[in-house]
Write a protein that binds this ligand. Structure first.
Ligand code: TMP
Length: 216
């Protein structure tokens, strides 16, 4: 089973993905669970991540940014995600191709047909079975990011875009959720960490029960 986590900056999705992975490791055994992230998750992908997100690269063209995310994605799909799924593991991925549609397609306003074609090429058409959208408003997300920065967390190049960019990203996610309502589960991320986590666990357990029942 392939599960992805999406959401705006400061939604807390990385924390939620980690907590859900810990829960699943406890229930099913650590050898059944893979927690990874995009961009990154492989040696090559982490190096690409450093290039894309470096604040030194303010001159990066939108097309370069788009292709680098997809290069990192091609690697994680080939090296981590497909092999894990072939071994029947549960893969939890902190961001995946929907981020490119939301950020580069809607945010940077790149040609959407080209965006989808290249994603298909990078992933071989592999899509998550379930995608959690950790929902916080643009204001809340940016406020959390700034708060984190004030406490010493690093800002990356994607954290310092104009506000309209994040508004377009958010509208993009709304479109994606409308397109595939069965794959997406929207979770209110404005609540305390443990409340959000307990809803994630409930949804996941009910999905697993449903899938198991339908496989019999
Ligand atoms: P995060 O690890 O804090 O989620 O940061 C990743 C940043 O990269 C975030 O601003 C979203 C951005 N991103 C894209 O713009 N396109 C992509 O395809 C991916 C995976 C991430």
């Amino acid at each position: 089973m392939f599960i992805s986590f999406e959401g705006p900056e400061g939604s807390g999705k990385s924390t939620q993905a980690r907590l859900l992975a810990e829960f699943l490791c406890e229930k099913l055994g650590a050898d059944r669970i893979v927690l990874t992230r995009e961009p990154g998750g492989t040696k090559i992908g982490e190096e690409i991540r450093a290039v894309i997100h470096s604040l030194r690269h303010h001159e990066m063209a939108p097309t370069t940014e788009f292709l680098l995310y997809n290069a990192a994605r091609a690697q994680i799909v080939a090296e981590v995600i497909r092999p894990a799924l072939a071994q029947n593991k549960i893969v939890l991925c902190d961001r995946y191709a929907d981020s490119t549609i939301a950020y580069q397609g809607f945010g940077r306003q790149l040609d959407m047909e080209m965006v989808r074609t290249v994603i298909h090429y990078a992933t071989g058409g592999l899509k998550p079975d379930l995608t959690f959208y950790i929902d916080v408003s643009v204001e809340e997300g940016l406020a959390r990011r700034n708060h984190g920065h004030a406490r010493g967390e690093e800002l990356n190049r994607m954290d310092v875009q104009a506000r309209e960019f994040y508004e377009r990203v958010r509208a993009g996610y709304e479109t994606l959720i409308r397109e595939e309502p069965l794959r997406w589960v929207r979770i209110d991320g404005a609540r305390e960490i443990d409340k959000v986590q307990s809803e994630l666990r409930q949804v996941l357990v009910s999905r697993l029960v449903f899938l198991t029942a339908n496989l019999r």
